[in-house]
Design a protein around this ligand. Sequence first.
Ligand SMILES: Nc1ncnc2c1ncn2[C@@H]1O[C@H](COP(=O)(O)OP(=O)(O)O)[C@@H](O)[C@H]1O
Ligand SMILES: [Mg+2]
Length: 330
Amino acid sequence: MITIKDLRKVYRQGSDTVVALDGVSLEVPTGKIHGIVGHSGAGKSTLVRCLTLLDRPTSGSVNVNGQDLTNVSDSKLRDARRRIGMVFQHANLFDSRTTAQNVAYPLELTGVSKSEISRKVSELLELVGLAKFANAYPSQLSGGQRQRVGIARALATDPDVLLCDEPTSALDPQTTDEILELVKKLRDRLNITVLIITHEMHVVKQACDSVSLLEAGRIVEHGELAEVINTPGSRLAATLLPLPGDTPTGETQGPILDLLYSGEQASEPVISMITRTFDIDVNVLAGSVEQLGEHQFAHLRIQLPLGTDVARVREHLLANGVAVTEKGGN
Ligand SMILES: Nc1ncnc2c1ncn2[C@@H]1O[C@H](COP(=O)(O)OP(=O)(O)O)[C@@H](O)[C@H]1O
Ligand SMILES: [Mg+2]
């Protein structure tokens, strides 16, 4: 479990101040994977530096399984850092060390015995599927394999939290999915808490239980995927379930609604429900249905006949668990 409370980071540049984190609060339960998305400059890297204690926050706290990491003395910093394992965009391996030696590195720093290191390294390489590559050097590995080494190394000190900063941004789509599958497997096996910083919605869809949108140092939207998608007007929802291509406005003129919903209602029942209840023709302009984690989600853009009582349709849809946003139709 990681609990971040009102984290602020203010940088001073001469007489100017930059508020990089403006009161970030977040709670991720043990065994859950949380995605943090945001544009460049949103504060993602600053958040990573504050969480790994490379940078001291100006105020606020970071708590991992009951221990406040922001309050530890400099002498305890190294121990505190071990509670958060770090995975980077590029694995950042030592080229002169083999796979096994790279994974052993953080353990060598802790003064663990050689036999214990060797046992732990074998176990970790088995876990990430690299047992056969123990003696290979980074130059002999693929990008995905190098990232697996980086993940095994991050897990060497048995951290409570795995913090992944753009872990798949340098990988092709297939390798991305393999790495995300591995992260989910590790979460299940080790019951570890995972934070993934990413700009890729694909990563959120494939791996995350919940998500936050970081903007100008603040979390402006957050929640479990199903919650976010059922929030009318959610920007995360719209980017998680984009409508395909340009949407034609249709032959007839009339109000346009965007519908987002989860659950087992396929698109068909929702449309026929409106048609039956209001005795109107519904024109579907665009739609996408996707499986995110355990649930199915749909995003539909529909047009109603001119003169429809939109407020009543909206009310009816909301009562049936459908989030509705009106698209300023004519
Ligand atoms: N060391 C620093 N000194 C001054 N300003 C910084 C420093 N690091 C980051 N910033 C500023 O903080 C804001 C957030 O930056 P950053 O955390 O790098 O965002 P992101 O990783 O989301 O692109 C930006 O406005 C950036 O210019
Ligand atoms: Mg950054």
